[in-house]
Design a protein around this ligand. Sequence first.
Ligand SMILES: Nc1ncnc2c1ncn2[C@@H]1O[C@H](COP(=O)(O)OP(=O)(O)OP(=O)(O)O)[C@@H](O)[C@H]1O
Length: 235
Amino acid sequence: MSTADALQCTDLYRFFRAGDEETLALRGVSLRVGRGETVAVAGPSGSGKSTLLNCLAGLDEPAGGAVVVGGEQISHRPESRRARIRSQRLGILLQSGNLVAHLSVRDNIRLAQAAARRRSANTQDQSHPAGCRSRTPEELLDQVGLTSRATAIPTELSGGELARAGLAVAVSNNPDALLADEPTGELDGTTERLVLELIRDRAARGTGVLIVTHSSVVMRIADRVIRLHDGRIVA
Ligand SMILES: Nc1ncnc2c1ncn2[C@@H]1O[C@H](COP(=O)(O)OP(=O)(O)OP(=O)(O)O)[C@@H](O)[C@H]1O
């Protein structure tokens, strides 16, 4: 098992240009998330939180700086390489959801695991990034309390069930790092606590967790809170 941080970025810059207008969404952001650590990222609307998460996930390319996941650089790499690193080393929970609409919850988990295995086979990299074996779909369904909903498709699930199913898929590859954008935004108190317990359990198994959030409950369970303002870390 690598002793590298779960996730680290150095001096990230990201500009957006619309017509004559240029927005500096990230201005030199550096951070590290250790294995087993949970870090919350907070900040006002427009401070750069989603842009940061997208760059960390390799879904967006920073203009400058570097992102390293589990010891492997994901930034400034061809999309095929970024996709392989995402699939093997990252769990990503975006507000837009991470489930394939026509597949059952169980098949969504199987699909994510098969993609990670296929990419491992292609690169001869058989390591389990976070240092322990991946859970089976049945174990993951049990853990998120969805055994009885295993064959349901996403449109048949409640908001809380969708959040739990999304989390099961995001951690199904036993990721080095879990990146979540407002994972509890729409949830009632009970479901929020359950989702946070599951995230904490994942951290206890060695995954580094980074959560973009406005929730004071999420900030309380985090080991650290990073505050962004105007594309910079201010605390
Ligand atoms: N595709 C884009 N084109 C132009 N500007 C963008 C684009 N995406 C983000 N921005 C700008 O970059 C800045 C940071 O946006 P970002 O979405 O990262 O903020 P945020 O902190 O996630 O906001 P919120 O809490 O409202 O989701 C904002 O000024 C935003 O308008």
